[in-house]
Design a protein around this ligand. Sequence first.
Ligand SMILES: Nc1ncnc2c1ncn2[C@@H]1O[C@H](COP(=O)(O)OP(=O)(O)OP(=O)(O)O)[C@@H](O)[C@H]1O
Ligand SMILES: [Mg+2]
Length: 249
Amino acid sequence: MARKIVVTSGKGGVGKTTLTANLGVQLAKRGYRVIVCDLDFGLNNIDVVLGVENLAVYDVVDAIEGRCRPRQALVRHPRYPTLCSLASRHLSDRYVSPQAIRLILDSLAPQFDFILIDSPAGIEEGFHRAVATAEEAIVVTTPHISAMRDADKVAGMLKNYKLSRVGLAVNMVRRDMVRRGEVLTPAEISAALRLPLIAVIPEEDGIFLQNLCERSRAFRLLAAFYAGGKVKLVDPVRGGGLFGAFRRG
Ligand SMILES: Nc1ncnc2c1ncn2[C@@H]1O[C@H](COP(=O)(O)OP(=O)(O)OP(=O)(O)O)[C@@H](O)[C@H]1O
Ligand SMILES: [Mg+2]
């Protein structure tokens, strides 16, 4: 039965979609059967990040409203056969309840190992819909104050949901700034937000142009953790070109 993990942040543009897609790819590379589910109905783009935007015929709303079976709404990734994308599209004025989404995901869950849920920015209806569907959560922040403040709000709100595990991913970490003490370290951010740190993702220029960064050590380590391993983090300070990692916990 698939574990349902929502990726959330509060603030927009901090890397939720990037993390969801890349974690999905890395888990699929390990042979897990993964659905990457886009519940960002407003600015849905995970199909683009995965490069499958032209392959979707149906989306999750079609499945909810009975125009297709849930399985037919899945798009199998041409490169990673165990990775499926479940798209969403703009809802306009229609309302979709968390229960309706959960019904679809629950019907797919027995055939998969992970369902990763990409959520919209903000803490309104879309946030609730995504989080209420999940059993675990990853809160994404960057070392910027505004992102951390929103992550803190989100962490507080997540207490209202039945989640078995909430982890923190700190994205867009710049080694030079950490080294110079210009930003909090990921460990300090984790302590401030009182969330266990499960990923440190450096800011990378080139690789992220395509969004899928298949060689990224940070996402490989995160996948290894969700595969049942220990938390291992990219070192936020050392490691010039390639990343060094250190053990934790
Ligand atoms: N570690 C990183 N280094 C460099 N660029 C990154 C990194 N992570 C994400 N980006 C880039 O930042 C932008 C925002 O990322 P992304 O779309 O994943 O954020 P998001 O939280 O899903 O945004 P939204 O709230 O709008 O859905 C993208 O252009 C992405 O390629
Ligand atoms: Mg996004």
